[in-house]
Design a protein around this ligand. Structure first.
Ligand code: 48H
Length: 262
């Protein structure tokens, strides 16, 4: 067979077009492919939901590749170990309830599991805004506004595109970017003590690991926070390179939304 470059172009355009067209009305749009977003995506796709994940960077995995200070090992507690092992990610017992996993194996396996379960990945795409419908108490997020990351990064004035979703998962980690945009652009109150974003607090791993899961909830109609964004939204601590809370939060948000979709 002679390789025809035109055919390669046609195949890529056709397949991407089909994926994009089939993602215009989503059950769930997830923003951010860190450990919490990937876990949520995997669980929701496994449950048969139409889920797409939008990640600004080319690579999936967020902050999990680098372990702690680029020593690329992650730590998990017993509950986190169970989730990793469920996905076939080997864990080593360190001591007294502390386990480690290879950050590269954990990240690639999680991303691969999610992709094979049917998650539609849109990497190198930035979510720059949301669509809000309704008035007053009836307001709800109904869609996401996306742009190509190179367009966003170069500051070119190119308008974005919009996709509908029944639920949006804010999984952008420390910056809580989507939630910040929602609050900045709309006269709304979040389901937080102040009605705004409380902001992340300093390191306290023991507290932060459980609050990450507690804070995983609907923060505004149609919008759920997970992972580090959940703690930032509700004014809780950071936890450093222990990742059980991120995985558990991803599982929790997937379970809640899966039930809500029923
Ligand atoms: C598209 C976007 C946008 C956008 C950002 O930071 P993450 O890994 O998120 P989590 O919450 O799943 O995991 C947090 C963990 O990695 C971590 O940082 C921990 C445990 N820190 C503790 C500590 O003390 O420091 O991933 C978020 C992803 C990234 O890949 C971003 O590129 C992406 O979201 N992202 N994607 N559109 N607007 N904003």
């Amino acid at each position: 067979m002679q390789i025809d470059e035109r055919m390669i172009t046609e195949a890529i355009i056709t397949e991407f077009h089909n994926k994009f067209m089939d993602s215009l009305d989503l059950d769930v749009a997830i923003v951010g492919a860190g450990p919490s977003g990937l876990t949520a995506a995997y669980r929701l796709a496994r449950a048969g939901r139409k889920v797409a994940l939008f990640e600004r960077k080319l690579s999936l995995g967020g902050g999990m590749w680098g372990g702690g200070m680029n020593y690329n090992i992650i730590a998990v507690q017993e509950s986190g170990k169970t989730i990793l092992e469920e996905m076939g990610i080997p864990c080593k017992a360190y001591r007294d309830g502390y386990f480690t996993a290879d950050a590269v194996v954990a990240t690639t396996t999680l991303a691969s599991k999610a992709a094979l379960a049917g998650v539609r990945f849109f990497n190198c795409m930035t979510v720059e805004d949301v669509a809000v419908r309704g008035e007053g108490d009836q307001q709800r997020v109904t869609g996401i506004v996306i742009n190509s990351s190179p367009i966003e990064m170069s500051g070119l004035h190119v308008d974005p595109l919009v996709l509908n979703c029944k639920y949006l998962i804010e999984a952008t980690g420390h910056p809580t970017e989507v939630l910040k945009t929602l609050v900045r652009k709309n006269a709304i109150k979040l389901n937080t003590p102040s009605g705004g974003i409380e902001g992340e607090r300093s390191m306290w791993a023991d507290k932060a690991e459980s609050t990450t899961v507690d804070n995983t909830r609907e923060v505004f109609p149609g919008v759920y926070v997970t992972g580090m964004a959940a703690n930032a939204a509700y004014g809780a601590h950071r936890m450093g390179p222990i990742f059980g809370g991120m995985l558990l939060s991803g599982c929790k948000v997937a379970d809640i939304i899966d039930k809500a979709l029923d």
